[in-house]
Write a protein that binds this ligand. Sequence first.
Ligand SMILES: Cc1ncc(COP(=O)(O)O)c(C=O)c1O
Length: 382
Amino acid sequence: MQFRDLPRQYEKLKSQIDEAMLSVAVSARFISGPQVKELEKILAEYVGVKHCITCANGTDAISIAMRAWGIGEGDAVFVPDFTFFSSGECPADEGAAVIYVDVDDRTYNLDPVKLEEAVKRVLAEGKYRARAVIAVDLFGLPADYSAIRAVCRKYDLLLLEDAAQGFGGSINGKLAGSFGDIATTSFFPAKPLGCYGDGGAIFTDNDELAELIRSICVHGKDMSNPNDPNAKYNNIRLGRNSRLDTIQAAILLTKFKAFVDYELADVNKVAGWYTEGLKDTDLVLPMVTDGFCSSWAQYTVQLPASVERMELQAKLKAAGIPSMVYYAKPMHKQDAFAGTDSAVADCPVTEELCASVLSLPIDPYKTKEEIDLVISELKRFI
Ligand SMILES: Cc1ncc(COP(=O)(O)O)c(C=O)c1O
């Protein structure tokens, strides 16, 4: 069994994906081809924001957002302690102090009460300017944006939604990618909507910010007059080279159709099989709050203290079942932050989660028989 069955997805979509890739090869418009614009239009419409700017990967997307806001030295950026490294790496790379905040033990997402406590602490200490919050839609579930937004308003903080894992998730019908002042996502192959390499996107409703982000993505190019051929080599700021390849855009256009037509519904069905099959066990199951919808980048359970995680993983592996630990280390304990203010954090929930979580195989193409096998083997071993 595959942890995320991309070969099975390819098998099903092979003719369309092959045609999409070939059409780019034939046109030779490998960079900034028409598929890139088309994808940006479709994704912006789907997410429900004015602008989608694609870029090279989800990490660049966060860094470019930080750059567009001018986040840097002396600024504090609040980030959940339980997340993938990029969420904290990007603001730190711009020179900001990353303040790690604990998460909710059932949704795994940023705890708004702890967030406010952390903001108050930073303001009281007076060492940094409190500038921004990066909330993460972990494992596919949007964070609690009404509460997080209230904290941001109260303390005048910018809100970035890191929807790298959350594309397709929603709250009362409003889609992930639309909750931040800027939102970012990743098209890494194993993500809910993934391409065949690296890719990312940035979403915003703000016209000026969108122009600035587009400029940063292409070496700080002057974007004020897109029809002026000389503007291409007029660089008005320092930027970077961060573009989505046309081939990846063409693949994403094909995969997006499958994603909205059936994949999102099917992955929710698969998650439902797990939830039903595991409900009478000692495992703590992921919670989806009323009105929220997850795109199930991961199905992550918490093991009871009596279960030795590595041993369980080895037994599952022997039964042909892959499993992963997302994440084994709190962000504030990553060696990269040792000796900095980011290493100082009080996040007992994250510590507990890091010691107990286990992510099970999930994707829209799993059969009931496969999930039943995972459930029965898990039950047997625990
Ligand atoms: C929460 C989160 N943020 C950011 C990223 C970075 O995305 P990418 O791998 O496309 O750079 C990831 C990727 O795993 C992620 O899970």
